[in-house]
Design a protein around this ligand. Sequence first.
Ligand code: G2I
Length: 451
Amino acid sequence: MTLATAAATGLAALAGAAPAQAADAPLRDLAEAKGVYIGNALAAGKLDGNARYRQIAGQEFNWVTAENAMKWGVLEPSRGNYDWSGADRIMEFAAANGQQVRGHTLVWHSQAPGWLENGGFPAAELRGLMYDHIDTTMGRYQGRIAHWDVVNEAFNESGGFRDSFWYRTLGESYIADAFRRARQADPSADLYINDYNVEGVNAKSTAMYNLVRDLKAQGVPIDGVGLQAHLITGQVPSSLQQNIQRFADLGVDVAITELDIRMNLPADAGKLAQQARDYRTVVEACLAVSRCVGVTGWGISDADSWVPDVFEGQGAATMYDSGYNPKPAYDAVAQALGGTGDDDDDPPGNGDGDGCTADYTVASQWNTGFTGNVAITCSGGSLNGWTVSWDFPAGQRLSQAWNAGCTQSGARVTCTNAGWNGTVPDGGSVSFGFNAEWSGSNPSPDTVTVS
Ligand code: G2I
């Protein structure tokens, strides 16, 4: 798949220079067809500063998590003063791209504001602060956040409760109280407990299992278990699927919430191939259990990952390299989701769209509408059936298309060939047209993809 752009945007050089990427349908379309979602963690600041980051985030994923922007320490750095800017930006991006949101996270020992963690609050007051935070944060986005990580990382590695300021002051009751309060604050959200090193069957995951079982028995509203899955190449726990299944059998959903698979740097072909197998194993384990609802990666590219900051000498943990090129892990995930996993390493001319570009032009424009034209041209490649997609940047609405079947969902337009123009030979081109409405301004999309 290759990228092209309308010269009118002034972003032509930038988008045109962006690396080509995999030829399958986007991961989000593959995942949807399999009945699961595929998500990623987004940094609000990068959405506005990095066109390629924004493009992948919108195009490939149908769920998003705020990597940091919805954490208490970010939202309320000083008591009573909430800053919603980053969280709102993520919500806006998700809405514009037809994405669901995982809220992360309400009650956590880490990235809590200093005034809260070190405030020396007695139990009743700390509980009240927890309730207020749940009410305020869930209330602001009520009905718009599908899953909330209500309690994050409540256990230590040996299966005891983590010795956090929550546990020290309130005892284990803070967990059930948080879930009950969260249900009241937004009855439409699914409520999750989330943790790391709980992917396989081990002491920590068994403690979590026992807690979820007890909470269910007590009628505490808990809907799901999040397995973060910060994993190591070559070390995916062999009991992953069995572990997902045992949680599902308690009557809760399971999600892989923060998947990354790190390696010792530098990366090489062998390590990347192992990592690809590992990504595939994780996605397949989720697909094998009907209550496993989706997989979220933690960072779009290796340049966005938290790993190198924390594990010295390790990294390369995501599906895209630091130049935002899809890695073998991307192809493996596409394959696990039913795609071909073909990418630009394939020989040209095999019909997968490598070497083909789409050019978007505004053919004519009037006060409320315009006619657009998209030309697909192949050179050094070919297509047997095509899909072209883009995001309208300024609220434009598609009304009609010809020589292609087009649909719009949110900002995103997806067009597939008509019966008579699916084949584009090497050196050939086809085009299709559409009418759409605009108001205010009518900028062309940053990028138009063809696959
Ligand atoms: O630690 C990895 C993840 C484990 N599970 C919960 C997740 O919420 C957690 O995410 C990471 C983020 O990926 C990091 O980006 O949480 C870290 C904090 O515990 C985040 O790191 C923080 C740095 O510590 C701050 O110095 C920095 O200002 O990121 C902040 C924003 O870049």
